[in-house]
Design a protein around this ligand. Structure first.
Ligand code: HGY
Ligand code: MN
Ligand code: MN
Length: 421
């Protein structure tokens, strides 16, 4: 493993600097959160900031046609397949400063450490950030990396729209990141991503580092439930067709699916969005748009749960005298990461005296897309406050972050010295 250590203070400072872009006062937690939703002005600002950081570290930067950004560092054998590391810097609307950013700025910190030590690895290194990993604006997660590996056609991605009907292509152009490099990624030699766990497992077990075995299966639905708008006071209950009641039944249906035990104990179901139209106190809504997020470590079980859900949609719509149309907006199977990369992560953790354990990721990550192209794996870092994430309270200590990025350094340098094309 490498004899080098990253500069923990420099990593912390870079996370704080990026965290100031898109900072906002969160009225729920009273904390300063981060809001850099994909292809917004703030995302554009964050992107330009990181591109400048890439260039300052001597990386050769390219931007592809879906806005993915790659920073390349020459290798001794510059024709060999590169080793890639990265993540995303777009965020949900109520984020902290670590989700995704630790993987991008951590990989950049590895480059800075190698620069300072005047070490050139055999293979080139590429540091990347991918577009709209969160999927919370344009409705499908890992958008940029899914296009890069060919799971999502570019033209389909371009046509996706947000709630205001704005398209991916137009918004990408508006922030100046509609690049011209071809989107299809040449398979790297390997890909490694350092990320916060975003859950309670590591911290609760007092384990310092996670060796990620893969990602659970994910399915998102967008629902449009249409009924009949009416006056809340004058309309008798038996004359109503209320999509709000149907939406409430979907929420309870999700809870019943989980509690039924028919899908084991690991099914997770969330209704993150319900929007009433017109959304007025004295008007029975005519339309409710909503989202469903269901996940399970076993894709076959998730398929069964989804099939039961779709059947139940039809039944409750008929009973409530509404129409319910659902669109599967995101769908990824459970993905297993490379055992070789997992073993490298574990060996590096052990060599640094870090307690570690293997675990499946509950959250989706760009790494699961890159795993379609090359051996890929992740390093998880514990989070404080039960590992809360997608929330301004998200926090990992400087030691937790530097432990993870030091292991990333070790794994990347080991992979970058491997023989072969
Ligand atoms: O939804 C997820 O799991 C990830 O944060 N995009
Ligand atoms: Mn993330
Ligand atoms: Mn996220």
């Amino acid at each position: 493993m490498s004899k080098l250590d990253i500069d923990a203070a420099r990593l912390t400072a870079s996370l704080e600097a990026l965290g100031r872009i898109g900072a906002y006062d969160d009225d729920v937690t009273g904390l300063v959160g981060v809001r850099r939703v994909a292809f917004t002005k703030e995302d554009g600002e964050g992107r330009r900031h990181v591109v400048n950081e890439f260039k300052a570290a001597g990386l050769e930067v390219t931007v592809d046609r879906i806005g993915n950004v790659y920073g390349r560092r020459k290798g001794r054998d510059d024709g060999a397949k590169p080793v890639m590391a990265g993540s995303h810097i777009d965020s949900v609307a109520t984020a902290g400063r670590f989700d995704g950013c630790l993987g991008v700025l951590g990989a950049l910190e590895v480059v800075k450490t190698l620069n300072a030590a005047k070490v050139t690895t055999r293979r080139p290194l590429i540091v990347a950030f991918f577009s709209e990993e969160e999927g919370s604006r344009f409705g499908t997660d890992m958008l940029g990396s899914a296009v890069a590996v060919g799971r999502l056609p570019l033209e389909r991605a371009y046509g996706l729209t947000d709630r205001d009907g704005k398209t991916v292509r137009a918004e990408l152009e508006a922030i100046g990141f509609l690049g011209d490099a071809d989107v299809r990624l040449q398979p790297p030699h390997a890909y490694v991503e350092c990320h916060i766990e975003q859950g309670p497992t590591l911290r609760a077990a007092n384990v310092e580092l996670g060796v990620v075995t893969g990602v659970q299966a994910i399915c998102w639905h967008e629902l449009v439930i249409t009924g009949r708008s009416a006056h809340a006071g004058t309309t008798p209950m038996n004359l109503r067709a209320d999509p709000g009641v149907a939406a409430a039944r979907v929420q309870l249906l999700l809870r019943d699916l989980v509690r039924s035990g028919r899908f084991g104990t690991e099914l997770r179901a969330t209704m993150g969005v319900t929007q009433f139209h017109p959304g007025l106190v004295n008007v029975v809504p005519n339309r409710v748009t909503a989202t469903v997020d269901i996940r399970h470590p076993d894709d076959a079980v998730l398929q069964r749960a989804e099939a039961e859900l779709v059947k139940a949609y039809a039944q409750l719509a008929a009973e409530e005298n509404v129409t319910l149309v659902h669109r599967q907006s995101a769908r990824t199977p459970d993905i297993a990461f490379s055992t070789k990369v997992q073993d490298l992560v574990e060996r590096a953790a052990k060599a640094r005296g870090l307690s570690n354990t293997r675990l499946v990721s509950g959250a989706g990550h760009d790494c699961q897309e890159l795993a379609r192209l090359c051996p890929a794996g992740m390093v998880f870092v514990p989070g404080e406050y039960d590992g809360i994430s997608h929330n301004p309270r998200e926090f990992s200590t400087p030691k937790q972050c530097s432990d993870g990025v030091n292991v990333l350094l070790d794994v990347l340098t080991a992979l970058a010295e491997e023989e072969g094309p």
